[in-house]
Design a binder for this molecule. Structure first.
Ligand code: NAP
Length: 243
């Protein structure tokens, strides 16, 4: 697959899954906009690695939950790299707790970043997609949004909401040749899940018996970037955890 000449904006690309997706798309020739919220050093490292693959790469600090900041970032990417052709909504957070004791702020914050953040980016990238009559949107949901997960009411709700958003945007934009899909990872080894792969009970629940890697998720994202006939789908990549 050749993504040369395409501009990919990946949120949460300074670390974990977003970083792996950014580097994979760079390997395939796409110019890369690395969006992060606080970790400028790690974002710069991702840009350096991407440039070594021969593409253009720039880092953009942006809290995706901020509607205006997201708008300014999409515009800044356009000025520096060109109109976005590939949008990967990957930025996400957890604030786990049981429903009986979960604080209101913990619910609101997770919805704002995980769900509203993806809306903000899709909202501001869509005019460019429609103008070019091309575009790929990939939303990183979670198996928690497909089957639920005790202790993650806020997170599961945000990820299930992202699936509804994905399916609706897929229907709205299909006539303009734009595909929108969700990836639902299971347990992937990143900062977010540090230490969880040592939990025997959790490992026993995964038929393939191990956590996944960010690179495995990145392969799936790249595959979706190459398909013009898959849209509105939720693809689980979870070692069998959720079937
Ligand atoms: P991670 O290692 O914790 O990295 C999170 C990334 O999101 C960082 O780049 C962080 O930027 C960025 N970020 C956080 N809040 C942001 C905000 N308000 N605005 C912009 N960027 C923000 O996470 P991960 O494990 O790679 O997860 C990536 C995505 O996959 C998330 O949506 C997560 O819910 C989903 N997911 C992960 C797993 C898993 O097992 N790891 C499973 C299912 C789904 P800074 O570096 O600047 O802080």
């Amino acid at each position: 697959m050749d993504l040369k000449g395409q501009v990919a904006l990946i949120t949460g690309a300074s670390r974990g899954i977003g970083r792996a997706v950014a580097l994979k798309l760079a390997e395939l020739g796409a110019d890369i906009a690395v969006v992060y919220v606080g970790n400028a050093e790690k974002a710069a490292q991702v840009c350096d690695l991407a440039r070594k693959k021969g593409v253009r790469a720039e880092a953009f600090a942006c809290d995706v939950s901020d509607f205006e900041a997201a708008k300014e970032t999409v515009e800044a990417v356009k000025q520096k790299l060109g109109i976005v052709n590939i949008l990967v909504n990957n930025a996400g957070i957890t604030r786990d707790g049981l429903i009986m004791t979960m604080k209101e702020e913990a619910f609101d914050e997770v919805i704002q970043v995980n769900l509203k953040g993806a809306f903000n980016m899709m909202r501001h990238c869509s005019p460019g997609f429609v103008k070019n009559r091309r575009g790929k949107i990939i939303n990183i949901s979670s198996v928690a949004g497909v089957v639920g997960n005790a202790g993650q009411a806020n997170y599961s709700a945000s990820k299930a909401g992202l699936i509804g958003l994905t399916k609706t945007v897929a229907k709205e934009l299909a006539s303009r040749n734009i595909c929108c899909n969700a990836i639902a990872p299971g347990l992937i080894e990143t900062d977010m899940t540090q230490g969880l792969s040592n939990e025997e009970g959790l490992m026993a629940a995964i038929p393939l018996g191990r956590a996944g890697t960010p690179e495995e998720v990145a392969e799936l994202a790249a595959f979706l970037c190459g398909s013009d006939y898959i849209t509105g789908q939720v693809i689980c990549i979870d070692g069998g955890l959720a079937f």
